[in-house]
Design a protein around this ligand. Structure first.
Ligand SMILES: Nc1nc2c(ncn2[C@@H]2O[C@H](COP(=O)(O)OP(=O)(O)OP(=O)(O)O)[C@@H](O)[C@H]2O)c(=O)[nH]1
Ligand SMILES: [Mg+2]
Length: 447
């Protein structure tokens, strides 16, 4: 019986010369096409091999610890072209950060008889309030464009205390895994015919904000400086301080602005970075940036497998703060508990462990403003109330937890960081990169 799969098939018995020539030609053409497909498939296989993640890095830590900011730092240092190419997309996030805080202040004004600032008369506040009312619409447009949640969320939680500007009470926008919003924000009008109207609306929002910028500056100037005790939502204060520049129609976000922009992560975001710097050019690093809120943490474990490095961020300024999701839990205590759980993980036993004691700038500012660390950590009693001593104390505590909890002996690399300080981060990231490269290489050689 003839093999049905055999190629080329046996020639028909009664084939004449002309038919034979046509058949051979058809077979040659079929083979050429088949070879071409094989070549394309092989090329694709090679491409895929080249693109295969060589280094997988997981970022863990509670919400607002600075994980997404750290990813931006990696991008800024090792893939600057991509980082700056996305600057435009960040403008909408920055505008939303600013407008939410302005609307929060306006809301306080509307619910209070005595405005929070004392520097301009009451009637002038009312005028500002009226002139800035279009910013409600701006908030709505930008929220709709960026958000993973319902677009009608208000800028202020119902528990906001009257007359007090509380940046931490301004609700945040979240994004879901996948950075589709960046692509959407980058698209200019007319570039894709069937694109939704969001970019047009975002441009409208930009024009409204530009028209309101002097009033935003006036409103913020009239505020009392506010206290730094909490220190969360620090980005609100930053963008309000820079309101004139940020609201201008010609505004292009700087690296500092992008590092300050806040967009809460929901789920797990994957970032693939083709490294541009000489030492690791051509290699691809894959970052998994998780949402840090308690409700998000159950999803983490499925990303623990097979990672080369785990970077844990502990915001050391959180000693006097509570979790947004549970006001009975101290932020630093939550971080410590989380750290212990991560150290114990058997799935992460072979990963390089990097601990970043982040937000060192806010810790220093709080202690300088008079807060006493020992009031929140009795075991610290009697030691200097200075940031470097507190950081050292926390480093020792967390290193001890790592030593006791890890399933096997492992080195721990610790850095005290300020993720918004680009000069400092350059040094830290180079060191982190070296450690990851060396560990990955050693691991590959051992296998
Ligand atoms: N002052 C100061 N602000 C920081 C520092 N690191 C991060 N931030 C700011 O803190 C805010 C929160 O940072 P994110 O990187 O979004 O936090 P996250 O850990 O990704 O939070 P989730 O996505 O909710 O899990 C941002 O506005 C950052 O700009 C720091 O060292 N100092
Ligand atoms: Mg995040």
């Amino acid at each position: 019986m003839a093999d049905k799969a055999a190629w080329p098939p046996a020639p028909p018995k009664d084939e004449n010369e002309g038919e034979r020539a046509a058949r051979l030609e058809a077979e040659r053409e079929a083979k050429r096409i088949s070879d071409e497909i094989d070549r394309a498939l092989e090329q694709e296989r090679q491409e895929l091999r080249k693109r295969r993640p060589q280094t997988k890095i997981l970022l863990l830590g509670q919400s607002e610890s600075g994980k997404s900011t750290m990813v931006k730092n990696f991008q800024l240092y090792f893939c600057p072209t991509t980082f700056y190419a996305e600057a435009e997309a960040w403008r909408a996030v920055i505008h939303l950060n600013l407008v939410r805080h302005v609307n929060h202040i306006l809301e306080l004004l509307s619910t209070s008889d005595s405005p929070p600032g004392k520097q301009i008369p009451n009637k002038d506040y009312r005028v500002l309030q009226m002139r800035l009312s279009p910013l409600k619409q701006v908030e709505l447009i930008l929220t709709r464009a960026l958000s993973a949640e319902a677009s009608n969320s208000s800028s202020t939680s119902p528990t906001a205390e009257k007359s007090t500007w509380r940046p931490d009470r301004v609700t945040e926008v979240s994004i879901r895994g996948g950075s589709g919003w960046k692509a959407l924000m980058r698209k200019r009008r007319g570039s894709i015919a069937r694109l939704p109207t969001i970019p047009d609306e975002v441009d409208d929002a930009r024009r409204i904000l530009d028209a309101c910028k002097d009033d935003v500056v006036a409103l913020w100037k009239a505020q009392e400086p506010g206290n730094l005790e909490d220190g969360s939502a620090d980005h609100g204060r930053y963008f309000l301080n820079n309101a004139a520049r940020v609201s201008d129609i010609k505004y292009i976000p700087t690296a500092d602005d992008i590092l300050r922009a806040r967009l809460r992560t929901l789920g797990v975001e994957e970032y693939r970075m083709a490294m541009e710097t000489a030492a690791e050019k051509g290699t691809e690093w894959v970052f998994y940036d998780v949402g840090g809120a308690r409700s998000q943490r159950a999803a983490w474990a499925s990303y623990f497998d097979d990672v080369n490095a785990m970077i844990f961020l502990c915001p050391i300024s959180g000693f006097n703060q509570q979790l947004a999701e549970d006001v009975f839990v101290n932020r630093l205590a939550d971080s410590m508990e989380l750290w212990s759980t991560v150290c114990k993980s058997k799935l992460l036993a072979n990963a390089t462990f990097i601990l970043l004691l982040n937000k060192a700038d806010l810790l220093a500012a709080k202690l300088k403003a008079g807060l006493k660390f020992e009031d929140f950590a009795p075991s610290y009693r009697g030691r200097p109330n200075k940031a470097e001593y507190v950081a050292e104390y926390l480093r020792e505590q967390m290193m001890a937890t790592h030593r006791f909890s890890s399933p096997k002996k492992r080195q721990l690399h610790v850095h005290v960081t300020c993720a918004i300080d680009t000069n400092l981060m350059g040094v830290v990231l180079t060191s982190v990169r070296d450690v990851i490269l060396i560990d990955t290489l050693q691991h590959t050689t051992l296998l």
